[in-house]
Design a protein around this ligand. Structure first.
Ligand SMILES: *Cc1c(COP(=O)(O)O)cnc(C)c1O
Length: 377
């Protein structure tokens, strides 16, 4: 490792996870969600692995993320689902990026860009079936459908998808799950009646948790995110045979002996009880090691777990090495698949009161992503 720290990403693990999800999706198509730099794992190499694993489409939150894929030469269908103000819609159409609309105003804006560029916008219409985030609420859904059908007749858009998103698929048995499924089926029926349906239109609802726990939610396509990266979408149900792709590593930048009674790091939250050795890990909250990990998380160094000792700083934190004679350059594993005794991203998430999505997406731009293929252990 030539850098002080790195996030090592096993592309073979991603491929295998995607293949597993594709199998669980039955005959449905699989869209890989690669938003937020492929959940912090590196957009382009991971997108290629996702496609190699059996995904036929990619999904991003923002158009700029989709354009980055096109610039890298990725030609697979890509959908972007958040169309905010000043989105580069014309560029999206020129680059064959599929777009989503939840409101007639968005459709109109996209239609205007389509007329300007002479490109037909390939559109997915989003229904709000109970999450109250994106999507047209039930009352606005017929209006959105009518507008879309008129624009389709004009030739400026083509309706290729109808979709929605679950609020609680990761809480098995939550009453909203059945309600959202029913609402989605009702929304599809309305689309059919409005002339926005048809066998070529891709119906999609399921995220990772739904793919693995709700066969009824598959429809024509599923949208996998966290599970492709090997992290469980429903940790209380286990790991589903997924393998975590990311290992976050650093090398000790300094090792030193300090006397008993030494206050460690900002605020002296930790005071050494006896003479001990401290190691400096060159990763901090600017790199995604949350300040909240202070006193809560552990790392693996020299074959043993060591607590994060004292406050996590912007660029560094300390670990207590006891009497172990580890030297500068010693490898420290913050988290990984877990097979060597290192903590997992799930353990970090549990200790920090969050979800693994936040642990991996927060890893900062300063940490190089190094892509490898070593899933065999
Ligand atoms: C992020 C996202 C997904 C993937 O969700 P996971 O829970 O990570 O599988 C699917 N669909 C949409 C709209 C998303 O924003």
């Amino acid at each position: 490792m030539a850098t002080p720290a790195q996030a090592r990403v096993d592309l073979a693990a991603i491929e295998r996870n995607v293949a597993l999800l594709k199998e669980r999706a039955g005959g449905a198509e699989l869209m890989g969600a690669v938003k937020a730099d492929a959940y912090g794992h590196g957009l382009v190499p991971c997108s290629e692995a996702v496609l190699a694993g059996g995904a036929s489409r990619l999904g991003t939150a923002f158009v700029r993320e989709a354009l980055a894929l096109r610039e890298a030469g990725v030609t697979a269908p890509v959908l972007s689902w958040i169309i905010g103000p000043d989105e580069p819609i014309a560029e999206a159409l020129e680059a064959d990026v599929e777009l989503s609309a939840s409101a007639e105003t968005t459709l109109d804006e996209i239609a205007a860009a389509a007329r300007r560029t002479g490109r037909t916008a390939r559109m997915h219409l989003e229904a709000d079936t109970g999450m109250s985030r994106g999507g047209a609420p039930l009352a606005a859904w017929p209006g959105l459908l009518d507008r879309a059908v008129r624009l389709q007749a004009e030739g400026v858009i083509e309706i290729i998808g109808l979709w929605s998103h679950f609020a609680c698929a990761d809480i098995p048995g939550h009453p909203s799950i059945g309600a959202q499924l029913d609402a989605f089926e009702a929304a599809l029926k309305l689309a059919e009646q409005a002339g926005a349906g048809g066998s070529h239109v891709i119906r999609h609802l399921a995220n990772s948790a739904a793919i693995l726990t709700l066969p009824r939610s598959r429809f024509d396509m599923v949208r996998a995110g966290i599970a492709m990266y090997g992290l469980s979408p429903v940790p209380e149900l286990g790991d589903f045979g997924l393998r975590p792709a990311m290992t976050l590593l650093a090398r000790l930048a300094l090792v030193k002996q300090v006397p008993a009674g030494s206050g460690v790091s900002y605020g002296h939250l930790h005071v050494t009880e006896s003479e001990t050795r401290l190691g400096l890990v060159p990763l901090g909250y600017a790199d995604g090691v949350l300040r909240h990990a202070t006193g809560r998380a552990e790392v693996l160094a020299g074959g043993r777990r060591r607590p994060v000792t004292g406050r996590v700083c912007m660029d560094q934190f300390m670990i207590d090495l006891d009497d172990d004679l580890l030297a500068e350059g010693e490898e420290v594993v913050l988290f990984g698949p877990g097979g060597r005794g290192e903590p997992t991203a799930q353990e970090w998430a549990d200790n920090l009161g969050t979800i693994t999505h936040e642990i991996v997406t927060r890893i900062g731009a300063r940490v190089p992503r190094v892509h490898v293929r070593d899933s065999q252990e």
